[in-house]
Design a protein around this ligand. Structure first.
Ligand code: PMP
Ligand code: PLP
Length: 434
């Protein structure tokens, strides 16, 4: 395919904030990256890299579950302790690009440096990627679409930008396309490029096992939402940290997999499958947009920890895609059992006082308490006395001051016995409050 396809259909400049458009590559970062790609015979007096022979750490060895070991000899350790490229270390990027190709096979991506129209960069958790994506795209006063209730980290990154968040109605299958269409009908699709148009330019959604609702979009709905994004020339931010925690096979087709235009920015996370504390995530999307995120990284953290990236990269290369997917299977098995235990206890203790949908992905059960208008006081004051803690639903709402009858329960960390006891306590709490 021709590398002009995107240029003809997509004008990325219209999506950028003035701040993002003004970002320029750091000349020193460019030299560092050039040096990394050069043979060792190159003598570099460029860059400001400190000498790692003065660093206290010498070598490392990390035991891995199911046999392997990740080891750093002194040479590897020197590299791990040094500055590296802002978009990520090359071997981790290559591994991730191959995985994206295998899982999503985006119609317009080649990922090759010459004609690649899509690109990938490493971020310090998907949260960093999301925050930088919003700062790249959102101006004060912009209309932004999302399906609330949603992840508070998203609200924390978006709301201070001064945008007007428009909530798109959703149910247990995520965004309702007819409702999105109804909202968009306020604007004329032929006028969205007119100067001063207030039409929304971005839509954010959590497509699988949503936080907090546990909702997952169906493939049909994704296609309909994508078509509306085409009609109104919008970008879709696909925040998918629970992609690898889907209980039903096969893994659902993603927005990225149907992205014929280059209007999907996808954030992936290793937090739920390799480690949340190591902080590794990925942004996948059109090259001109990923490039803006990388320029922002250059100016802020410089790059995700080289040590962290090397640990993860060594593990992934030793596993291969097959070993990685086998690991995912084990993780899914674990969370499926946890989910089943939570549903079992909910049926046992909460049937008369609450209602919920069984999530097909993720780590959360979203529970509506019957006859309780707002769960804030119940949880923040009364629940602690009964020694049970949940998240009151209000924190996931665009307007957190409105009453909300929901609570979020995570089935990730507690044992089935603890979950059962927690729901027994919750049922008592609700009955006392009624
Ligand atoms: N400030 C100054 C003046 C520097 O020279 C550097 C690194 N060369 C930094 C900040 C960034 O340092 P760090 O690696 O801790 O982000
Ligand atoms: N997006 C959603 C929907 C989440 O639920 C979370 C974590 O809870 C994140 C992003 C952040 O993930 P990370 O640890 O990769 O920054």
């Amino acid at each position: 395919y021709s590398s002009t396809i995107f240029a003809e259909t997509m004008n990325y400049a219209r999506f950028l904030t003035a701040v993002s458009a003004a970002r320029k590559p750091s000349p020193i970062r460019m030299l560092t990256e050039l040096q990394q790609r050069s043979p060792p015979s190159l003598i570099s007096l460029a860059g400001g890299a400190p000498n790692p022979s003065t660093f206290p750490f010498l070598s490392a060895s990390i035991k891995v579950r199911h046999g392997d070991t990740v080891t750093f000899d002194e040479a590897a350790m020197k590299r791990a302790l040094q500055y590296s490229a802002s978009n990520g270390i090359p071997e981790l990027l290559t591994w991730m690009k191959n995985l994206q190709k295998q899982l999503h096979n985006p119609p317009t991506a080649s990922y090759s440096p010459e004609n690649g129209q899509m690109d990938v960069c490493v971020t310090t958790g998907s949260q960093e990627g999301l925050c930088k994506v919003f700062e790249m795209l959102v101006n004060p006063g912009d209309n932004v679409l999302l399906d609330a209730p949603t992840y508070p980290g998203t609200l924390a990154a978006l709301q201070p930008l001064g945008c007007n968040i428009i909530s798109v109605p959703s149910d247990q299958h995520g965004i309702v396309p007819s409702a999105l269409k109804e909202i968009l009908s306020r604007w004329d699709p032929s006028q969205v490029h007119a100067p001063g148009s207030t039409a929304p330019k971005i839509l954010y959604t959590i497509p699988n096992g949503g936080n907090p609702t546990g909702a997952s979009l169906t493939p049909e709905r994704k296609q309909q939402v994508y078509e509306l994004a085409q009609q109104y020339d919008m970008l879709i931010i696909e925040d998918d940290p629970y992609y690898f925690l889907q209980f039903n096979k096969p893994l659902a087709p993603t927005f990225l997999s149907m992205d014929v235009d280059g209007r999907i920015i996808r954030t992936d996370s290793f937090s739920k499958i390799l480690s949340s504390g190591l902080r590794i995530g990925f942004v996948t999307g059109p090259k001109p947009l990923v490039e803006r995120v990388v320029l922002h990284i250059q100016a802020s953290t410089m790059h995700t920890s080289t040590f962290t990236q090397l640990i993860v990269s060594q593990l992934l290369h030793s596993w291969g895609q097959e070993g990685f997917l086998q690991h995912i299977e084990r993780v899914i098995e674990f969370y499926r059992k946890q989910r089943d235990a939570m549903i079992c206890s909910a049926d046992k203790w909460l049937k008369d006082v609450a209602e919920w949908h069984v999530p097909s992905a993720g780590m959360f059960l979203w529970i509506r308490l019957k006859g309780i208008a707002d769960t804030q006081r119940l949880i923040m004051e009364k629940a602690l006395e009964k020694e049970v803690l949940l998240v009151p639903g209000g924190v996931f709402m665009i307007n957190s001051t409105l009453p909300c009858p929901y609570v979020r329960a995570a089935f990730s960390l507690s044992s089935p016995e603890q979950i059962d006891e927690a729901f027994r306590r919750l049922s008592l709490l609700i009955k006392e409050a009624l």
